[in-house]
Each structure stands twice: as C-alpha cells, then as structure tokens.
Design a protein around this ligand. Sequence first.
Ligand code: RP5
Length: 155
Amino acid sequence: MAEALQVAIVMGSESDREVMEVCLKELERLGVRCELVTSSAHRQPEATADYVREAVGRGVKIFIAGAGMSAALPGFIAAHTTLPVIGVPIASGLPGGIDALFSMVQMPPGVPVATVSVGKAGARNAAILAAEILAITDGKLTGKLEEVREGWKGR
Ligand code: RP5
C-alpha cells in the first residue's frame, strides 16, 4: 500500500509556482511525503473543497497554502478541516505582498492560519515548520531538522 501523504501544498495559481516550489523542494529534502497542486479558492471553490476532503482521506497531516492578492486560500482550507494550515503570502498584487500578508494573518478567532513571511523565505519556513510539527512524533525527522541547523553554522 502506498504510504500516506503527509503534507499537501496548495497554490492559488500557476503564477505562484516559482515561490511554492521552494516549499516543495525543502519538504522533499527533508524526506516528507508531499505534493503540490494548483486550486483556487475563488476560481474553483468546489474543486478546492473536494481536494481538501480527498487529501484528508489520504492521511494528510498538514496543509500549506500559498496565494497572493486577497489570498483567501489558506483560510478557505482552514474552514474545511481542523488540521493545521500554514499560509504563505505571495507578492503578486500590492508591493511587498502586504495585501496577501494582511489577508492571511487576519483570520477571525476560531479558524487559525499560521502565516509565515512573504515569498520564498516564507515558503521555505512553511516547509520547515510543517516538518517540525510532524517531528513531534517522528524522531528521525527531528534528526534531519537538527542536521539542517548544523548546516547554518558559520553563515
Ligand atoms: C491569487 O491571485 C493567486 O494566488 C495569485 O497569487 C494571484 C494572481 O493569480 P493569476 O491571475 O496570476 O492566476 O488568487
């Protein structure tokens, strides 16, 4: 039987790919089973909700969602699951991505989105944060995360 998906990465548009591939590559480097899909909260709301339910059925533990402009995607996913959702704001609208950042960080009480920094730095941190959450019950992954930090020495 195929091993369960651990992290589902969703992006709102193909135009977000360059940023979100940073997240995918970091998770792959850490050996986390993940996939990257494009599904928009605004343009394909039903398909996006179906994807969330399907991913939960495949055993996913954490969602990462990257989007720009009004950036509803992580909040939309959080509305459809009680699993942790990490949001990556992408600078595709207002300068510096402040529109997406404020949208993601200002979730109403009761439906959290763990929002990281804008762009590629945030995409990488989203991957590391997801791995840190999974590592709570995975000592091997903790070891890999420690190795990554060892690699920072001297930087
Ligand atoms: C958001 O709108 C997407 O996440 C993307 O960052 C932005 C622009 O999308 P496109 O018009 O490039 O498809 O929903």
